[in-house]
Design a protein around this ligand. Structure first.
Ligand code: DC
Length: 229
């Protein structure tokens, strides 16, 4: 199946907490439907990395907003973006409304005019994050909310860290994830929550293929709905 070119880009919003499988799913969906893909968490990570590089280890509001305004596409390749210190700082700067406002245009521009992919023009975009379906692009034709039990997500992250050759203590990963979840869901600005019209997929007991099949079936049905007169 392919998504036809339309005047307004076809946008799929994929939201959810960390390690629920949303990144893997979003990338696969984007490749399958020939859509551009943006991992919006990288933008918040880039802000955090800029602060840490400048020797600022607290989420200083003015510095964080200045860093967010300076974020460019090149920052998304910084090597330390997946480090734990960056993850923790990213979730703190993400609670600052000025940071979110500074990153909003970038995300909306991507959704409104998705960049062409390696194989040419694309018909739309997939954005994954925490607030894509609720704040960044509430008009998205498809909204998916991917979640899983906290312990299941912590086990996945722990396994991933070990497989990457790093050190990991499960209890620590669980605690860090619990704190990040609390910050992401409890903040007053754009908290993590499913959009009312999102399809919620619980991946606690699903593998990546099963989650992908559910998403593709849902996207297919939404395409049909929007094609009907
Ligand atoms: O998805 P991630 O773990 O890479 O995101 C890093 C942090 O950025 C996460 O703690 C929440 C925040 N974030 C956000 O608040 N809004 C988004 N759209 C994406 C990420």
């Amino acid at each position: 199946m392919s998504v036809s070119t339309r005047p307004s880009p076809f946008v799929i919003a994929v939201d959810g907490p960390s390690a629920a499988g949303k990144g893997t799913l979003a990338r696969r969906v984007a490749a399958h439907f020939n859509l551009a893909y943006l991992d919006t968490g990288l933008l918040y990570r880039a802000v955090a990395a800029r602060l840490l590089r400048a020797g600022i280890d607290r989420p200083d509001e003015a510095a964080a907003i200045a860093a967010a305004r300076a974020v460019s596409a090149g920052d998304l390749d910084l090597p330390e973006l997946r480090e734990e210190a960056v993850s923790q700082m990213a979730s703190k700067v993400a609670a600052i409304s000025g940071v979110r406002a500074a990153l909003l245009d970038l995300q909306r521009t991507f959704a409104a005019a998705p960049p062409a992919g390696p194989s040419g023009p694309v018909a739309g975009a997939v954005l994954d994050g925490r607030d894509i379906g609720t704040v960044v692009w509430p008009q998205a034709q498809v909204k998916l909310f991917i979640h899983a039990d906290l312990e299941q997500r912590a086990r996945r992250r722990h396994k991933e860290l070990i497989e990457r050759g790093g050190e990991s203590i499960y209890a620590r990963v669980l605690q860090d994830m619990r704190e990040r979840d609390a910050r992401d869901s409890g903040r007053s600005v754009a908290p993590l929550t499913p959009a009312p019209d999102a399809l919620v997929i619980d991946t606690s007991a699903l593998d990546a293929d099963a989650a992908f099949a559910i998403a593709v079936a849902h996207i297919g049905s939404r395409c049909q709905d929007s094609a009907e007169p």
